[in-house]
Write a protein that binds this ligand. Structure first.
Ligand code: SF4
Ligand code: FES
Length: 257
């Protein structure tokens, strides 16, 4: 027999599907870590009454503001643009600001933890420096030779389309931190760096493709990819990450891009 709380939650969830607003009781199970208190991380439960149409980021705000001000996480835009709030929610990398509570089975405790493969600094905050170093290493900017043009650098619609998908990256690290190769070997450039190299390698206005390909031909470059598709599944922007990596591999073999 179901409990009154579960009945209330089920009714509220049904109402949420119809756009109505009702509060439900949800348990958030958050992986806490504070190196000033303990060397070990541990899970802590927080109970919330919340509208299931709200997002996990809203829940984290409520917990921080009303229950425990020491809860630490990153966020900025709250609208899926800045890429700062990637975290593992119910075991899967997602943006907290783009994840509705009603879509992740709030009838059970919702687990929230830091993304994997990067050093946790505190609670949900990881050290992003290795991730951004790999990004910088692939030279994610337009490289040209010759005189500066006197007008914009033109390009056909077809040429622009060639790298359109990889322009959507918001550097959230959801892909790189879902990659088993990256978990096991932090030296691998990781999917996000390759996506951002792809964005310029296949840009007809750019002249740095050969340089970038040589960088990614390294033992820690594209050949480490095992095509597990975790990265594509994790990307909140819907970028075909594995496909982009495959295209860079092919360009390395054919030298055509
Ligand atoms: S490719 Fe997707 S998952 Fe990876 S950093 Fe860019 S936006 Fe995030
Ligand atoms: S807070 Fe900016 S992407 Fe979520």
């Amino acid at each position: 027999m179901s409990t009154p709380t579960l009945d209330k939650n089920s009714a509220a969830l049904d109402a949420a599907e119809d756009g109505a607003s009702h509060l439900i009781n949800v348990t958030f199970r958050i992986r806490r870590f504070n190196p000033e208190i303990s060397e070990d991380a541990s899970w802590e439960d927080f109970q919330l009454e919340i509208d299931p149409k709200e997002r996990v980021l809203d829940a984290l705000h409520k917990i921080k503001w009303d229950q425990d001000g020491s809860l630490t996480f990153r966020r900025s835009c709250a609208h899926g643009i800045c890429g700062s709030d990637a975290m593992r929610i119910n075991g899967r990398n997602r943006l907290a600001c783009k994840t509705l509570i009603k879509d992740i089975n709030p009838e059970k405790p919702i687990t929230v933890e830091a993304i994997k493969g990067l050093t946790v600094l505190k609670d949900l905050v990881v050290d992003m420096e290795p991730f951004f170093q790999a990004y910088r290493d692939v030279m994610p900017f337009l490289i040209t030779t010759g005189n500066e043009p006197t007008r914009e650098r033109r390009q056909s619609a077809e040429d622009r389309e060639r790298f359109d998908d990889t322009t959507k990256c918001i550097l959230c690290a959801a892909c790189t931190s879902s990659c088993p190769v990256f978990w096991n070997d932090g030296q691998y450039f990781g999917p996000a760096a390759i996506v951002n190299a792809h964005r310029f390698i296949f840009d007809s206005r750019d002249e740095g493709g050969e340089q970038r390909l040589e960088i990614l031909n390294d033992k820690d470059g594209v050949w480490r990819c095992r095509t597990t598709f975790n990265c594509t599944d994790a990307c909140p922007r819907g970028i075909e990450v594995t496909k982009a990596i495959q295209e860079v591999k092919r360009a390395l073999i054919t030298r055509r891009f």
